[in-house]
Design a protein around this ligand. Structure first.
Ligand SMILES: [Fe+2]
Ligand SMILES: [Fe+2]
Length: 173
């Protein structure tokens, strides 16, 4: 494998693990303010990001490359509101989409077809990720600082997490 691709995939593994860490911190924040539905959603996202890192981890090993870890920065600990946390999630997903697209462009430049195919899954996944971010940011903007509305959104997001967890459990059997 071209060493620039190997380095860029290592960088992407770092990005996915950083995202996982960030979501776990958001989960802890939501638990601390008793918004259990949003906490459940963020816990699930943290697991997903770790799985993304593992897909790339396994891919590098399959290609006979080395995996190199870097230190992960301390993620934001506190948020002014649920909206602020979801906006931070949206920013992090957009950043992730950009880096996956850059990685794909790099693989295309050096005709690394296997990496291009492997990255296709990630490109599709990012469309999903940005979709829920937009949806939940929109709902939380609508809810504003009305506690009953925020609680309603919390229940809705918690239900969405439960539905996805059930679907994944079914796929795993
Ligand atoms: Fe990811
Ligand atoms: Fe993500």
């Amino acid at each position: 494998m071209d060493s620039t691709i190997e380095n860029a995939i290592n960088q992407q593994i770092h990005q996915e693990l950083t995202a996982s860490h960030g979501y776990l911190a958001m989960c802890a924040y939501f638990e601390s303010v008793n918004l259990k539905g949003m906490a459940r959603w963020m816990r699930k996202q943290a697991g997903e990001e770790r799985n993304h890192a593992m897909r790339l981890f396994n891919y590098l090993l399959d290609r006979g490359c080395r995996v190199r870890f870097e230190g992960i920065d301390v993620p934001p600990f506190d948020f002014a509101s649920p909206l602020e946390a979801f906006e931070a999630a949206y920013e992090s997903e957009k950043k992730n989409t950009r880096s996956i697209h850059e990685l794909f462009a790099l693989a295309r430049k050096v005709d690394d077809y296997a990496t291009m195919v492997h990255l296709q899954w990630f490109i599709t996944e990012q469309v999903e990720e940005e979709k829920w971010c937009q949806e939940y940011v929109g709902l939380l903007k609508m809810a504003g600082s009305e506690p009953s509305a925020v609680l309603f959104v919390d229940r809705q997001i918690g239900e969405a997490a439960a539905v996805e967890e059930a679907r994944e459990a079914e796929l795993a059997t």
